[in-house]
Design a protein around this ligand. Structure first.
Ligand SMILES: [Zn+2]
Length: 61
């Protein structure tokens, strides 16, 4: 799974060219709160705590 790199929006439509809260949604539950873009996960902390351990990550949040 390869997404565009940081700051590279060439594959994004113009309407997505905004920054800040509300842009990134959790791809698991759809929330925009607490979404982790780190590691290009795009999942919220809540989902992360459920998913990441199974992926080998350790989350202490
Ligand atoms: Zn979620």
């Amino acid at each position: 799974m390869v997404e565009v790199g940081c700051g590279d929006v060439k594959q994004k439509p113009p309407k997505d060219r905004k920054f800040g809260k509300g842009v990134v949604k959790c791809r698991r539950c759809g929330t925009t709160v607490g979404v982790i873009r780190k590691y290009k996960l795009y999942i919220c902390r809540r989902c992360a705590n459920e998913i990441l351990p199974s992926l080998g990550f350790k989350v202490y949040e």
